[in-house]
Design a protein. Structure first.
Lengths: 306, 342
């Protein structure tokens, strides 16, 4: 569309007559798959919970009240700040952040490696990166659990060799969750960084070296600013789904503590479910994510203006 | 009921021979009824059976409430869900005379609290929920709920707990000897504190993984359903299923006649078919639970008949059904559960 715009400026009305119907699918997509569901969720978060699932069409702030205020187990104490859900959110954010960092630490060198291969073998490397992701996420997560369990193929040989006496406590830990998230979302980090590095003009590195920049300075001052959009895109693509993930926390972390994803999941699943509260938690999560993305967009805009 | 294997195997659209005798639409737990039995019903009656499956009582309830009522003739809810469905007006009733085999129902399962006199349901399979302990890890007496809620040193940090609010809170209440739907503040606080304290010894929460963690050795003890534990033992885990002295949870799945059933007569034929000892024994042999029909013994496999999981010791107490609390009380239990998992 962007390519059409300049020529279209000449005769505005004719251009609009052609483009408006062409844009219709886009607007329908955005309307049906984005605006409508979010609107529904927003409305549901203000409704009254029906016993055993469902909602009653009475508008109330009860769900948000439940999220932020603690009135004691019996609801008869003076309200204080409710830390339960804030803790759950904080834990999820922390897990997602660690997973993103691991992804970045491994994904950046991987992407760099692939982008610096000869063009013909790059396709093969990318292919290799994506192959595991043809397998269902659930199966990959369960397989990871098999690998790291106390008498699994990781611990048994180490113990047989006498390197460790007790199995490494991996399964049902936070580390296992982070590992699972990292494994689930690694390509989302590698691919955008690869796209950025591939466009990087290596003559710049040579120029920097000619001007006596150390390798470290070259990386920091020349390479990183250029590939930064790829890194940021990768981080967002890993962080956002990690935040809402519940497969890895449930299967690898032992489901002992709620994460945002499992908390919301629980609200819609059981007879104990609470749809408005689940919707409210999802709205709060989305607001958080949007704030982060807005800061990113503003930073991008400032970058562009410079 | 509780055969929550990790993959939801679809039994969808298992049409038998296409006779003109009509149809029957069944809403059923997955991996529960053997296909041979469905085929036998079709062969005997000419009725074409369609089965859709679900993996939890709650999802079945949600689907029916969301507009699937009127599509199915029969469903297979657990005990407490029969009561909930009756209260929600989802069930139709029948007269005992509608089912020639009604008299086959084992006497103790006719007048059940969730459907007194069996007006809309017939018994299907029943079992219990307690826990199993790996005998290689712990050799002492296991018939107490303290194994889960105040575990000995050998089991600490190696316990899996069902990821199911109803069962965990019910077993916790039984352990403390308090009613399941208490509104007494002291009792609820005691339950809350006991669970929080016990949680430090738990390794994981998981229902569909309950068998797997025992077989793999990830857990040395775990809350589990008796038939599921029998399967763990069959798969090589040296586990023993406990009948704790404080009590345990019993559950029963029931075939119910749904309201607005499109093929009501065929539904009654199917229910009558499932009250025939030979037929329901086939389900028991497949699912490894216990049937609620008298006279099934001659048709049972020896391994099922003699399994320790299905034969509580003589001194075992009676189990209790999970009770349905009213909305206000349920809110308190929901809060305890969230507090436990926060």
């Amino acid at each position: 569309m962007a390519g059409l715009t300049p020529s279209g400026q000449g005769n505005g009305s004719g251009y609009r007559r052609i483009v408006a119907p062409l844009l219709l699918p886009t607007w329908l997509m955005i309307g049906i798959f984005l605006v409508l569901p979010v609107l529904l969720m927003a409305i549901y978060s203000f409704l009254t919970k029906e016993f055993r699932g469902g909602v009653i069409w009475d508008f109330t702030l009860a769900s948000y009240d439940q999220f932020f205020l603690n009135r004691g187990l019996f609801g008869d104490e003076p309200p204080v700040i409710e830390w339960t859900y804030i803790t759950i959110f904080w834990r999820s954010i922390w897990q997602a952040a660690v997973a993103t960092l691991i992804c970045l630490a491994i994904g950046f060198p991987t992407a760099w490696f692939i982008a610096t291969r000869p063009p013909r073998s790059r396709a093969i490397w990318l292919f290799l990166i994506t192959i595991p992701y043809w397998v269902n996420l659930l199966i990959r997560t369960v397989s990871l659990k098999f690998l790291i369990r106390d008498n699994g193929p990781l611990n048994e040989p180490l113990m047989a060799l006498g390197l460790i006496t007790d199995p490494l406590p991996l399964v049902n830990t936070n580390l296992a969750v982070q590992l699972g998230l990292f494994y689930s979302y690694l390509p989302f980090m590698v691919l955008p960084i690869y796209a950025a590095v591939e466009r990087y003009n290596f003559a710049l590195s040579e120029a920097a070296a000619d001007l006596y920049a150390s390798r470290w300075v070259t990386l920091w001052e020349i390479v990183l600013p250029v590939v930064k959009p790829g890194i940021i895109a990768g981080c967002i693509l890993v962080f956002v789904p990690s935040l809402g993930a519940f497969l890895a926390p449930d299967l690898l972390g032992g489901a002992k503590t709620f994460m945002i994803g499992s908390l919301i999941d629980e609200q819609f699943r059981g007879s104990q479910g609470n749809w408005p509260f689940g919707a409210a938690a999802a709205m709060i999560l989305m607001t958080l994510v949007l704030i982060v993305l807005m800061f990113y967009a503003r930073a991008q805009a400032r970058e562009g203006a410079r | 009921m509780k055969k929550l294997l990790s993959t939801a195997t679809a039994f969808a659209l298992l049409a038998g021979a296409a006779h003109a005798e009509g149809k029957l639409s069944v809403y059923h737990w997955f991996e529960y009824i053997p296909q041979e039995l469905v085929d036998k019903f079709t062969a005997e009656t000419g009725i074409e059976v369609t089965i859709d499956t679900y993996d939890s009582n709650e999802s079945m309830l949600a689907a029916l409430k969301a507009g699937k009522l009127g599509q199915y003739d029969v469903a297979v809810p657990g005990d407490y869900m029969v009561e909930i469905m009756a209260k929600e007006g989802l069930l139709d009733s029948f007269a005992p005379a509608d089912l020639p085999n009604f008299g086959n129902i084992a006497p103790e399962w006719v007048d059940v609290p969730f459907d007194p006199g069996r007006k809309s349901s017939i018994p299907y399979q029943w079992g219990s929920t307690a826990f199993s302990v790996n005998r290689d890890v712990y050799q002492g007496d296991i018939n107490t709920l303290a194994m889960i809620f105040d575990p000995p040193a050998e089991l600490q940090g190696k316990i899996n707990v069902l990821d199911s609010q109803g069962e965990v809170l019910a077993l916790g209440s039984i352990y403390l000897g308090i009613p399941q739907c208490s509104t007494d503040k002291e009792q609820l606080k005691a339950l809350n504190d006991m669970l929080i304290n016990a949680k430090q010894h738990w390794a994981s929460f998981g229902s569909d993984t309950a068998k797997d963690v025992l077989v793999s050795g990830d857990a040395a003890a775990g809350m589990i359903y008796n038939g599921f534990s029998a399967k763990a033992r069959a798969e090589g885990a040296n586990v023993e299923y406990a009948y704790p002295k404080e009590g345990f949870v019993v559950w029963m799945d029931n075939v119910v006649l749904l309201k607005d059933a499109p093929n009501r007569d065929n539904a009654l034929k199917f229910m009558n078919f499932l009250l025939d000892p030979e037929n329901v024994a086939a389900v028991t042999n497949y699912a490894a639970y216990t049937s609620g029909v008298a006279g099934v013994e001659p048709f049972l496999d020896e391994a099922i008949k003699s399994s320790p999981e299905n034969n509580p010791p003589a001194d075992a107490p009676k189990g209790s059904f999970i009770q349905v609390c009213d909305q206000e009380t349920q809110t308190l239990y929901d809060a305890i559960w969230t507090n436990l998992k926060k």
